[in-house]
Design a protein around this ligand. Structure first.
Ligand code: BGC
Length: 754
């Protein structure tokens, strides 16, 4: 049973906001925070939100000094409606978790059923006891559909129950002017245009203030027992009241159906909202629950992840993977936001997090989803080209550091737009997808074009100096070191990008599929030669004295910040020190060169990687959640088992234990993908290269065993490692030559090693 449960959940401010995130419901299209339907006392804060992936408004992002090309307008994901409200009155007494007596309370996420449950046993101030059970589901089978099943059972009385269910169109986004990781200002982005009630379904249509997008929310309340009902329209809202009589032990259920449609996907908005509501209502609730289960059964079957011997970690890993499937966009209009659909941190923006931390999971277990992620980048290619021109490049495509619809949203360019590596990351993910699938069609349709345009960017961005190709004035992944020359990660990735632009050209040419690419890019043999030459001559910083790859040209010249001297109340550094102060030190927010040593490990020998790891470990704070998983993977590669295990544990538990103290603003999706990578690439030693599939499964001594399942070319392969053996099973597809523990084997049905 895959369940995450908290009994007697705490009712203080911090824990409630945390639980709003941890128990949110989402399906990649919509997401609803787990707010109490009945609300909170006035003195308590809550981030009440319902979001649609990729639905945004423009918001101004004024720069104090109007330098050329700086971003002055960003996109922000909107809170689209509040359809969560349900108030219950028991013989006139209003149910609240903060009044009367809460005799028992549990919150559960059922990761097989795809539902959350809040169970409360409550005694009113006048002594009436009721059991309340609230089940919620964001349907994977019908993406615009969100359901609340609200059950009330009188335990020790019979009497009147009044239910008041609200549908509010006038909603705002959360903001905090003191935290750079969430929006800093409040603004009414959505303007309610019409409110209608048809066949007891309420429809609220709203329009964004600037982006010209529309959203329509529909709500229908279905009560299990006849009662007196009344629907009233209010200012920007609709309220339905129900009054009924229930006997002791009898269960009264309200099924509250919500449909959220946006004009990004549903051009015929009001009709399509209505049709979706009709579809939701015409299918039996139990059938919806069955469909949800079936979707998740195949999701879990495809990744088949299991850790034996450590229940808490197994639960945390499943929790993290569940969040990935809840967060990932299922259409080319959307991607995966840094916080999924669980909160407003980073304003619903997509970063390199997707390509480097989450796409690997989907490439290995759910290809259609991975393909969509690539297609999304393709749909914004024209914006990436435009962005390159804004940055002064005559050719190529520079993917925006953070975006929703394709335009750059980063207000602080030193740690934003200057992270040119994102273009290399997008290219890298396309190549990884190709190597795992050999899907030439994707390369032909969109992948190769992206590889060519990003390669062009490097050519325009870099220059030759003393016979070597240098890339100056960029920021690598480590945001505590900005605007540097020759960031190792960027250069080695650019080299790979340039090489693969050429390779993809030849692959398509050999397959007779090149005409589209030539037509779309006007690429010539001569330009390809330039790519090759720049790749061959790429300057990769190396320091003889330390034997490491310096993070960039100036990194080793700086003072070292002794991390043991940082007081707890000064962490994370970004909230306590001026950026320039931080930039002057050898201090890293996250894996940078160490990440390069994982993704492009063959660029250096093992000794250099070992020395680099030891060096950077001492100066890395892991203030970014994207860091410990990578340290775990590289520690595994280096045989540093204890470290690998420790870093893995930090990654696995980051949100469940709120270790970064900001999970209230949303989950950290990249880290969740990173937890998976730390198992599969770390402990499992998986690599997919041009030479094929490599595995090197090691077992942490704390575990009895583990397994995972991956797709490789036409095959589905199960990898199981226990203390006794390593068992690799070909579940589907043709036989494969694979490398295990450095030896080549032919995998026909099953390989048992040891
Ligand atoms: C990290 C970035 C990441 C962003 C969104 C930042 O804290 O430094 O690497 O892309 O968060 O997750």
């Amino acid at each position: 049973m895959l369940k995450y449960e908290i009994k007697d959940f705490p009712l203080d401010q911090d824990n409630l906001m945390l639980a709003e995130t941890l128990f949110h419901n989402a399906n990649g299209y919509l997401g609803v925070r787990s707010n109490f339907e009945e609300g909170y006392p006035k003195n308590m804060d809550s981030i009440r939100g319902e979001y649609i992936n990729g639905f945004y408004d423009f918001a101004s992002s004024p720069q104090a000094e109007k330098l050329c090309g700086l971003v002055e307008e960003k996109q922000t994901m909107l809170n689209v409606a509040d359809t969560q409200g349900i108030e219950i009155y028991i013989e006139g007494e209003r149910f609240s978790m903060f009044e009367g007596e809460v005799l028992g309370r549990t919150r559960t996420l059922d990761m097989e059923a795809g539902t959350t449950l809040r169970e409360v046993l409550w005694r009113s101030p006048k002594g009436k006891t009721v059991r309340i059970e609230i089940k919620r589901m964001a349907s994977f089978a019908l993406l615009p559909f969100f359901l609340i099943e609200y059950k009330v059972t009188p335990v020790d009385f019979s009497g009147e129950v009044k239910i008041c269910s609200t549908h509010i169109g006038k909603v705002m986004n959360y903001f905090n002017p003191n935290d750079p990781r969430v929006a800093g200002e409040s603004f009414e982005h959505l303007l309610v245009e019409s409110i209608e009630v048809n066949n007891d379904v309420s429809y609220i249509s709203s329009k964004t203030s600037k982006s010209d997008l529309c959203v329509c929310s529909a709500v229908k309340n279905v009560f299990s027992k006849e009662g007196k009902t009344e629907i009233v329209k209010e200012d920007g809202a609709v309220k339905e009241e129900y009054i009924g009589f229930i006997s002791q032990g009898e269960v009264l259920t309200l099924y509250k159906y919500t449909i959220l449609c946006d004009s990004v996907r549903y051009p015929n908005l009001s009709n399509e909202t209505k049709e979706n509501m009709e579809q939701a209502l015409s299918t039996d609730i139990n059938e919806w629950y069955e469909k949800q289960k079936a979707y998740l059964a195949s999701f879990w079957e495809n990744c088949a992840i299991d850790i034996v011997g450590k229940k808490d970690l197994n639960e945390a890993v499943h929790y993290n993977l569940y969040q990935l499937i809840q967060s990932v966009g299922k259409d080319p209009f959307s991607n995966i936001t840094a916080k999924g659909l669980s909160g407003e941190g980073y304003e619903g923006h997509y970063f390199w997090d997707t390509e480097m931390y989450m796409q690997p999971f989907f490439t290995l277990t759910a290809r259609d989803i991975a393909k969509n992620l690539i297609r999304y980048r393709y749909t914004i290619l024209e914006y990436a080209k435009e962005n390159a021109r804004i940055l002064g490049h005559k050719k190529g495509a520079a993917y925006p550091w953070r975006t929703i619809m394709g335009k750059e949203c980063s207000g602080f360019f030193p740690a934003g737009s200057a992270q040119y590596h994102i273009s290399g990351d997008v290219a890298y993910s396309i190549v990884s997808y190709y190597l795992a699938t050999k899907d030439l069609e994707l390369l032909r349709g969109c992948g190769a074009q992206v590889l060519i345009e990003t390669a062009r960017l490097w050519m325009d961005l870099g220059n030759y100096y003393r016979g070597k190709f240098h890339i100056n004035e960029v920021t690598g992944p480590d945001e505590y070191t900005c605007l540097v020359n020759n960031n190792y990660y960027t250069n080695v990735l650019a080299q790979y990008n340039l090489r693969w632009a050429v390779k993809s050209f030849h692959l398509l040419k050999e397959a007779g599929l090149i005409s589209d690419l030539i037509e779309k890019t006007q690429i010539t043999e001569e330009e390809l030669k330039e790519f090759e030459e720049a790749a061959d001559k790429m300057y990769l910083p190396y320091d003889e004295e330390t034997g490491i790859n310096p993070q960039d040209d100036s990194f080793l010249q700086k003072k070292v910040w002794d991390l043991t001297t940082i007081p707890e109340d000064k962490k994370p550094l970004l909230l306590h020190y001026h950026p320039m102060y931080i930039y002057r030190y050898q201090v890293c927010k996250q894996a940078d060169t160490v990440l390069a040593h994982f993704i492009l490990e063959d660029a250096q020998d093992l000794e250099t990687i070992r020395k680099s790891f030891a060096y950077y470990e001492k100066v890395t704070t892991h203030d970014s959640s994207l860091s410990t998983c990578i340290y775990s993977i590289v520690a595994s590669r280096l045989g540093l088992e204890d470290k690998a295990y420790e870093y893995f544990g930090e990654s696995a538990k980051l949100d469940l234990f709120n270790t970064h103290k900001n999970t209230k603003d949303g989950i950290h999706t990249a880290n969740m993908g990173g937890t998976y990578m730390a198992i599969v690439y770390g402990f499992g030693g998986l690599r997919i290269k041009e030479e094929g599939l490599f595995l090197n499964p090691h077992l942490p001594k704390q575990w009895e065993g583990y397994q995972f399942r991956i797709l490789f070319e036409d095959a589905k392969i199960n990898v199981k490692r226990t203390q006794a053996e390593c068992r690799i099973t070909l579940l589907e597809g043709s036989k494969k030559n694979i490398h295990v523990y450095g030896k080549e084997y032919c995998l026909e049905k099953e390989l048992v090693i040891y």
